[in-house]
Design a protein around this ligand. Structure first.
Ligand code: 4IA
Length: 400
């Protein structure tokens, strides 16, 4: 095959980990997509993909684009990781296959069936509370309070020390980013949060019947070692709470901004699950992730060397007009399948059923009990190197 001489990879002078970018990523996402199938981001010496096709392709070729050198900017082949690597997120097959199977079964459809009624009852109780308040903070009082009322108990955590959970997750997601102030500050302040998490991952600190105890039970079955089990519990503590806080926050923010869609949901609460999924596509709570090339590889007619970091813009892919009709419209009946808000391929979110369960029962409870949702004060953004969401969302609701 004769190939055209490859032109230089377009450079873009955008820092995707800056406050200006976080405040309004959408025009930057468009510039990144339009610049080409792959771009150079010179601020942090890396390559980026922002179009749906390339993001999807990178996610689905784990042999070429590996995770074991870290899914943040730091290359574990060159730098010591800030914590022992995750046995699932920061692993490649065949090691990944075994740990993935364990967490996949701990968070299976059968397990969701067991926790569903409890999660739904807690959502209804939480919605009753905010309806009684009338005015409240959608972030603290709902997006954070609801997952905190179900997930730590489902995991089997002790009551004491739970205030470390959200700061620990904030740290994990800031640490994927470049060595900017957000990352440095988070790591500088991490010691008490890390100590808490390490302790709670031990078998004796996890209540029988919870997700944590279920992971440790796989040691007895010979599927994982006693050393591996606490690290797999750590994955749930890292990825299982703050992500759903941001996901539910995204859904609330959508409902408050798009009253037409809120009325459609009220008219048919069975749309709750897709309304949540569309909020994950629309806001992409997990905005970015990296891979590292294991060989020289061609992307969109450009050659990239071995050992290069590739930044995937999940949020940009989820609004790529090449893939989505009217991508900037929040539409609760959209065909959302194929969005990359939960990733794609062998690493696609292993906890997605828990996330969807929480999102669905919360939106369904709101749809049945609330007539109107209005933003009633200044909306404040929370800044994180990986997560997109709000710090404060003042809301006023009326009862149905
Ligand atoms: C882990 C991508 C994100 C949701 C995530 C973060 C941490 C871990 C897994 C996934 O610690 O395993």
């Amino acid at each position: 095959m004769v190939t055209a001489p490859s032109t230089a990879i377009p450079g873009v002078d955008i820092d995707p980990f800056s406050i200006a970018f976080f405040d309004d990523p959408f025009p930057h996402h468009e510039r990144l997509r339009e610049a080409g199938p792959v771009v150079r981001l010179d601020t942090w010496n890396l390559h980026g993909v922002a179009r749906y096709a390339e993001v999807h392709a990178v996610l689905n070729d784990p042999q070429t684009f590996c995770s074991s050198r870290g899914v943040g900017l730091s290359d574990f082949a060159k730098e010591k990781p800030w914590r022992p690597p995750s046995l699932i997120l920061e692993a490649d097959p065949p090691a990944h296959t075994r740990t993935r199977a364990v967490l996949s079964r701990v968070l299976s459809p059968a397990v969701m069936k067991q926790v569903r009624d409890g999660f739904a009852a807690a959502a209804e109780a939480k919605v009753d509370e905010i309806v009684a308040m009338g005015s409240f903070d959608g972030v603290a009082d709902l997006a954070e309070a609801y997952p905190l009322s179900v997930f730590p108990d489902a995991l089997g955590l002790k009551k004491e020390g739970r205030e470390h959970l959200i700061p620990y997750a904030g740290l994990v997601f800031n640490a994927f980013g470049p060595p900017n102030e957000l990352r440095q500050q988070a790591i500088d302040r991490s010691a008490p949060h890390q100590a808490y998490v390490q302790e709670q991952c031990q078998r004796e600190n996890l209540a029988p019947g919870g997700f944590g105890a279920c992971i440790h039970a796989r040691v007895d079955a010979g599927e994982i070692t006693a050393t591996e089990a606490p690290l797999l519990v750590r994955s749930l503590l890292s990825a299982g709470l703050d992500t759903t806080v941001y996901g539910i926050g995204a859904a609330l923010y959508c409902m408050a901004r798009f009253p037409g869609e809120w009325q459609r949901l009220r008219a048919d609460p069975s749309l709750a699950r897709n309304a949540f999924e569309e909020a994950v596509r629309f806001e992409s709570p997990v905005q970015t992730f990296f891979r590292t090339t294991t060989r020289e590889v061609e992307i969109g007619g450009h050659t990239i060397g071995e050992g290069e970091k590739i930044l995937m813009f999940l949020g940009a892919a989820n609004r790529d007009p090449r893939r989505w009709h009217e991508p900037d419209r929040y539409d609760i009946t959209r065909q959302t399948s194929g969005h990359v808000g939960f990733g794609s391929g062998i690493h696609m979110c292993v906890g997605q059923l828990v996330a969807r369960l929480e999102g669905e029962v919360m939106l369904a409870a709101l749809a049945r009990r609330v007539a109107s949702i209005e933003i009633s004060g200044p909306v404040k953004r929370r800044y994180n190197n990986t997560l997109r969401g709000l710090d404060s969302l003042p809301l006023t609701v009326t009862a149905a």
